[in-house]
Design a protein around this ligand. Structure first.
Ligand code: PLP
Ligand code: COI
Length: 360
């Protein structure tokens, strides 16, 4: 705890009734809590002026670097309420370390993991009434982000950087709740190549995914699947989720890291699946292996995972001129892994991995 955080409470917080109404049906990413955390960086002063203030718009000079060159990183994590009223985050230091790696890639300054976690947890504490009661699968989605805030149009790393944390009550990421997704395979667009930004959590990766996601929606699909840049052959990930494949003999495959985002859910699932007695392979999986495996019955379940999406089953895969239909139900291992993950996050199962971090 090295940040000296001043707290200036909002003069206009939402009423308890308004918060209750929002928590009854939060959706995803639509409502925001009463406060936000901000800290600024310059080469001379380092990180300074840490504060929690009323949530509200930013005033930015039109020449602010992030608006032009997208020098930006962000994270996604959640706070969960347990039955006894306590509040916990899930592996927050993993998010902090990933932001450090992302920020290195984007030539942004290092925010030390303990400062990152302190900032996140200070905001969660101030806005704790926004975390839904235990018993639902609701949570508080937390969005830390770092932006280049120097007003300068030269292309070089910004000499003024702002790190902020905002929070948003969350229900299911997909409108239909937990039902198998239909995915669209983009053969035209890719996400990230060797030496690119694929492993960094930075806005540009999401900006570049949108046209492909738009194509997916136009094809009646929920999400887009990206293949590798080099050969256009291997499955990478979805726009905002990692992927898993379950084989008939019980082993499980997830695409290896390198050009994909190293999901914190993905890595937890490796451990949970191994603990459940399944062999997990991190390796390349070609799109043909997927298509043929589902068609032949060798691949019995496909699912996607991420902080926002948790564990979401995948049903059909479509591409230009074809499709292969998987199950219309959530598969048994998908359901089991999902359950063991959420039980842990909501404190209903023992935290034998030491993944939960108590905030309140
Ligand atoms: N891949 C992408 C592109 C993502 O945006 C996300 C979500 O954060 C993930 C994978 C899953 O990562 P995590 O489990 O850390 O949320
Ligand atoms: C997350 O799961 O936290 C993400 O950032 C993904 C995004 C699609 C919401």
């Amino acid at each position: 705890m090295t940040l000296d955080i001043s707290i200036i409470p909002s003069a206009n917080p939402k009423s308890d009734e308004q918060v209750a109404e929002i928590l009854a049906n939060p959706g995803f990413g639509t409502y925001f809590t009463d406060h936000m955390f901000t800290v600024e960086w310059t080469p001379e002063k380092g990180w300074h002026d840490a504060r929690i203030t009323a949530y509200g718009p930013l005033t930015l000079d039109p020449a602010t670097a992030v608006l032009h060159y997208a020098q930006e990183t962000f994270e996604g994590m959640k706070a969960y309420r347990h039955d006894d009223g306590s509040v916990w985050t899930f592996r927050p230091f993993e998010n902090a370390e990933r932001m450090k790696r992302s920020s290195h890639r984007l030539a942004l300054p290092v925010l030390e993991p303990e400062d990152f976690v302190q900032a996140v947890e200070a905001l969660v504490e101030v806005d704790q009434r926004w975390i839904a009661e235990a018993g639902s699968e609701k949570s508080l989605y937390i969005r830390p982000f770092m932006i280049a805030t120097e007003a300068f149009l030269g292309v070089r790393p910004s000499q003024h950087v702002t790190f902020m944390v905002i929070a948003s009550p969350a229900g299911a990421y997909f409108k239909g709740g937990i039902k198998p997704l239909t995915l669209w395979l983009t053969e035209e667009y890719t996400r990230a190549g060797r030496g690119g930004m694929g492993a960094a959590k930075t806005g540009g990766n999401y900006a570049s995914s949108l046209v492909a996601q738009q194509e997916a929606i136009a094809q009646g699909c929920d999400q887009v699947v990206f293949l590798d840049v080099a050969e256009g052959k291997y499955v990478e990930e979805l726009g905002g989720m990692n992927m898993y494949f379950v084989y008939a003999d019980g082993h499980v495959v997830t695409p290896e890291t390198g050009t994909i985002l190293e999901g914190i859910t993905r890595s937890a699932i490796i451990e949970l699946t191994e603990k459940a007695g399944h062999k997990v392979e991190e390796r390349k999986i070609s799109i043909d292996e997927w298509r043929e495996g589902v068609a032949s019955g060798e691949i019995t379940e496909v699912f996607a995972c991420g902080t926002a999406a948790v564990v979401t089953p995948v049903g059909t895969l479509k591409w230009k001129g074809g499709e292969v239909q998987g199950s219309t139900e959530t598969g048994p291992l998908t359901a089991q892994i999902r359950q063991s993950l959420v039980d842990l996050q909501y404190g209903r199962a023992a935290d034998e991995f030491g993944w939960m971090h108590r905030v309140i």
